[in-house]
Ligand binder design. Structure first.
Ligand code: SER
Length: 320
């Protein structure tokens, strides 16, 4: 990993991953790819090159790869699960037609490619507790369909053409830098903002609904470590279960109340998100990631909640 293109560099993951790669990979050039309307700002803009990188414009992507001699592509462009239900054809276009173009560019120019998969790649028939690495998937959401196809296409390009594709199945990601946009797990981010600002939180997911979640520093570490893993140890590639915590909404709210006792919550369940959440794993088994590339998360529910509250309290100190 020396010359890296991050597609989706201003999104929830990209905005932090781009900065981490710039800080931590010695001598690396990390190009912040973005789409018009989501331009990089501040430190992200000032700390390295930025280019328009729309996955629906293959010629422009190929040009960036050539000009910067890109060897690794982080392909983070995606519509999340709830938005993808509203715009299924656009989700397919970005997530699959876009991916195919990236894989073709990678094949021609010799790039490694990371395209995340998700808990969303699983479905109602998947074993929900201790979800194995290799198991029935069959999601019913368009997001899930694109994620399964992503896993299959990425493995296809590895087996057929030797393209170095690797990936992880992200849980719901909790972070304080950039908000997620339109996912089923977003509630677990948004409630922290409400708690810190002293606002009532309307929860779209029913009490008792367990989903895998992860704090962003662990997710970023996974994205970097998997691309640096010894390929000889990898039995799997696309895509590894990774896990660190699993909770239902009320467990998270009780945890936040240990630090912000006056958090107010009302449930107004969104049937679209609830159906998606019900079809996803409660808790994934990540033993293959642990065995094949030494995956180990650092944050649990308590350390994540304390860190989130500390960061957001600083940012919103004036609003309470
Ligand atoms: N966080 C995503 C979503 O909720 C799942 O990967 O759509």
């Amino acid at each position: 990993m020396k010359n890296i293109l991050v597609i989706g560099s201003t999104g929830q993951i990209g905005s932090e991953l781009t900065m981490k790669l710039r800080r931590e990979i010695p001598g690396a050039t990390v190009v912040a790819g973005y789409i018009p309307g989501a331009e990089p700002k501040g430190e992200l803009l000032e700390s390295g090159p930025a280019e328009i990188a729309d996955v629906r414009n293959a010629a422009a992507l190929a040009d960036i790869v050539t000009r910067y001699q890109i060897d690794t592509i982080y392909n983070l462009a995606a519509l999340l699960s709830a938005v993808a239900e509203k715009k299924p054809l656009l989700a397919w276009d970005i997530q699959i037609n876009g991916l195919l173009d990236i894989l073709e560019i990678a094949r021609e120019k010799g790039c490694a490619v990371f395209t995340p998969s998700s808990i969303g790649s699983f479905g109602p028939e998947t074993p929900h507790d201790g979800t194995p690495q290799d198991t029935i998937q069959r999601p019913r959401s368009m997001y899930g369909c694109t994620k399964v196809a992503t896993e299959l296409l990425s493995d296809y390009y590895f087996h057929k053409y030797g393209v170095d594709t690797r990936s992880v199945r992200f849980p719901g990601l909790i972070s304080h830098v950039t908000l997620p946009g339109g996912g089923t797990t977003d509630y677990a981010v948004e409630v922290f903002y409400a708690a810190v600002k002293g606002e009532e939180f309307i929860c779209p997911i029913a009490a008792g609904t367990y989903m895998d979640m992860m704090y962003m520093p662990d997710a970023l570490k996974a994205a970097v470590d998997i691309m640096q893993a010894d390929p000889d140890r990898l039995v799997h590639r696309n895509s590894f279960n990774i896990a660190s915590m699993s909770f239902a909404p009320e467990t998270l709210f009780d945890k936040i109340r240990e630090y912000i006792p006056d958090l107010r919550v009302r449930y107004e369940v969104d049937p679209v998100r609830q159906a998606i959440a019900d079809s996803w794993p409660d808790r994934m088994d990540d033993s293959c990631a642990r065995a094949e590339w030494d995956w180990a998360p650092a944050f649990d529910l308590d350390t994540m909640a304390r860190d989130m509250i500390a960061h957001l309290s600083l940012r919103f100190a004036h609003t309470r």
